[in-house]
Every structure is written in structure tokens, then in C-alpha cells.
Design a protein around this ligand. Structure first.
Ligand SMILES: *Cc1c(COP(=O)(O)O)cnc(C)c1O
Length: 358
């Protein structure tokens, strides 16, 4: 069985062990004679799978009883609207730090429903750093403060989180990659397809006292109180994605939990950034202190060589390295499921390519 080195930004690599288990359970899940995809979400078997996944996620983050853990649909993009609709009134203000393409989208969507204050932005330098906290123009009366903990496109990551208003974080591309103290947040959300599982599932961890005051126009499937009350089954949930996410949570638990993930991710990121920094041919645009351990954008000294770099990489089994058009060059996404060996293979290839063509 040939698995490629998959550096996709999302939907992204899943642990091979998880896929093997899913494949073994595909035709006959635990003697039920059917796949998880084919059972009622109301069945005892699926309700058990769902509850176990929630418990495993709660265990990983030590989530207290003060929080709902919801398994929803609509992606992180759905939450760009769901958050203001559930947690603000039309005359409330959300303070945003604009650190990249995903912050920008969240700001635009929230602006349809409430006031937005962009307290700081790094757009003038193409999102190559997180603006210094001393320069943030925060509002006195902000209801919420929104950050994107990891900008998937620009490769910028918060290492510490601010303390201001009720903190909300888009963790779509770095959830499960490191320990996080959930108690510091009012709400954490993440689309699944980067670091949790297949697309179609969105995880929301929200403090219970913030729920129950959604605006009347809130779509029912986005209403946190309604979904919490229905164990995230107010309508048919994405059952197979939920099941696969559960297998990933168990895989994370079996591989050292969040601290174990962080150590491995740091080793991978260090290896790749060191290779870039020690060469005269590759460069990484992001300020060192703010570099993402998940998404590593880098450029070649001569962008006329980009196509050749990608073709040679693919010939060696390395895929999805093309950078986002807004940054150019390359981007290696090295989520939890990307093994150290893939990063080693990439670094070896980069060295050879530089020797040959640099
Ligand atoms: C991918 C991504 C999104 C969008 O997720 P969808 O599931 O496509 O809505 C939002 N924020 C971040 C940080 C992302 O990486």
C-alpha cells in the first residue's frame, strides 16, 4: 500500500491507523451488519459512538461541565455567522485582530450582524506577523474578542492568547495540535477537515452561560442552545465524519495527548524552518515569533523554478505543496497526521533541489 507524503492544507492527511480501522469497520461495524454511514443517528450504536467522541474530546482538553461541546455542520464559515447571531445583539461590538485571510472573512460576515472593530491588522505587510499587542485599538465595550489562532493561508499562529472581553477563537487549523486552556475562552470553533477528520463536521466548545439568547432569526441548526439540548442532533448530524473524528480523538489519546502532539509538531516545524533559514535559496515570509507549526509557507529565490520544484516533489511522492496564490511559492501543511518522515523527505529533497538548481 503506497501512501504519499501529503502536505495538503485541507481537507488534509488523516492518520493511516485511523483509516485502516475505518476500513476494517466499513462493511460491518461491530457486528451490526452495516457501516456507520448506513445507521440511524438515533440508533443506540450511533448515539454511543457520538457520546464517546464527545467524551474523548472533553478528556483531551479537560473541558469542564461549564461548556457545551457541539458537533455541527456548516463549517467554520457557518460559525462566522453563528457566533454573532448567538452571542451578540445588533448594537454590540466584536473586536477582531485581522491576521490573515480567515480573519478577514470572519470580520466581513460578522459585519452583517453587529458592529465590528478591527483593533489591529497586518494586511499592509501581506499578513506576515501578528500586530504587537501594544498597538491594538481595543474597544472599551466589546462584547467579544475574536482571533484566528492559526492562519492557514499565511502561516501565522498565536502563541499566547489575549485577555480582553469574551474571547472567541477560530482554531480550525490548529485544534488538537497543542494543549489549550479552554477556560480562557468563551467559545472555540473548528472545521474538522484540517486536524480533526473529514470535511462536513464543525466542532464548537462554548460556555453554557453564553447560550440561550440567540436572535430570533438564527437558523435553528446554528442555535447553540437548541443543538445542546438535542445532543447536536436537532437535525441529522454528519454521522460518518463524527465517527471518524472520534477515531482521531482516540488516536491522539494513544499518541501522547495534546502535549504529545505538540512535541511532535514542534520537532517537525523546527526541522523545516531550520532548513529554510539555513539556506540562501528558500525563505519563509513570516516573522519568526509568529510562525505557524502547522502551515509553513516558503518561497524559492527564483519563482520561475516553482513548477519544476513541484514536479520533482511529486515524482518523489510529495503532494499538495503549491502555495496559496495570495502568498505564492510553496506551503507545507504539517498537521498532526503528517509524520516526521514526510518532513524529513521534504527537507532532503529541498537540499538536493537547491544544490542542483539554486
Ligand atoms: C479552512 C478554514 C476555515 C473555513 O472552513 P470551512 O469549513 O471551509 O468553512 C476557516 N478558518 C480557518 C482558520 C480555516 O483554516
Amino acid at each position: 500500500m503506497a501512501r504519499t507524503h501529503n502536505f495538503s492544507a485541507g481537507p488534509a492527511a488523516l492518520p493511516t491507523e485511523v483509516l485502516a480501522q475505518a476500513s476494517e469497520e466499513m462493511l460491518d461495524y461491530e457486528g451490526s451488519g452495516m457501516s456507520v454511514m448506513e445507521m440511524s443517528h438515533r440508533s443506540k450504536t450511533f448515539v454511543g459512538i457520538a457520546a464517546q467522541a464527545e467524551q474523548d474530546l472533553r478528556d483531551l482538553f479537560s473541558v469542564s461541565d461549564d461548556y457545551h461541546v457541539l458537533f455541527l455542520q456548516g463549517g467554520a464559515t457557518g460559525q462566522f455567522a453563528g457566533i454573532p447571531l448567538n452571542l451578540t445583539e445588533a448594537d454590540d461590538t466584536i473586536d477582531f485582530i485581522d491576521t490573515g485571510a480567515w480573519s478577514k472573512k470572519a470580520i466581513k460576515e460578522a459585519g452583517k450582524y453587529c458592529n465590528v472593530n478591527v483593533a489591529a491588522s497586518s494586511s499592509a505587510t501581506n499578513y506576515d506577523h501578528i500586530p504587537a499587542v501594544a498597538d491594538w485599538q481595543l474597544s472599551d465595550n466589546a462584547k467579544l474578542m475574536h482571533v484566528c489562532s492559526n492562519e492557514t493561508i499565511g502561516g501565522v499562529q498565536f502563541k499566547d492568547f489575549p485577555e480582553h472581553a469574551t474571547l472567541v477563537a477560530d482554531m480550525s487549523s490548529d485544534i488538537l495540535s497543542r494543549p489549550v486552556n479552554v477556560d480562557r475562552f468563551g467559545l472555540i470553533y473548528a472545521g474538522a477537515q484540517k486536524n480533526i477528520g473529514p470535511a462536513g463536521l464543525t466542532v464548537v466548545m462554548v460556555r453554557k452561560d453564553l447560550c440561550g439568547a440567540a436572535r430570533g432569526i438564527t437558523p435553528t441548526f446554528l442555535d447553540y442552545a437548541v443543538q445542546a439540548n438535542a445532543d447536536s442532533m436537532s437535525n441529522t448530524p454528519p454521522t460518518y465524519s463524527w465517527y471518524l473524528a472520534g477515531l482521531v480523538f482516540q488516536w491522539v489519546k494513544a499518541n501522547g495527548g495534546l502535549a504529545g502532539m505538540e512535541a511532535k509538531n514542534q520537532a517537525k516545524a523546527d526541522l523545516l524552518y531550520n532548513a529554510i533559514d539555513s539556506s540562501n535559496f528558500y525563505s519563509a515570509p513570516v516573522a519568526k515569533a509568529d510562525r505557524s507549526a502547522m502551515n509553513v509557507p516558503f518561497t524559492l529565490a527564483d519563482d520561475a523554478l516553482d513548477g519544476e520544484f513541484l514536479a520533482q516533489a511529486e515524482a518523489r511522492g510529495m503532494f499538495n505543496l503549491k502555495g496559496h496564490r495570495s502568498v505564492g511559492g510553496m506551503r507545507a501543511s504539517i498537521y498532526n497526521a503528517v509524520p516526521l518522515e514526510s518532513v524529513q523527505a521534504l527537507v532532503t529533497f529541498m537540499g538536493e533541489f537547491e544544490n542542483e538548481r539554486g
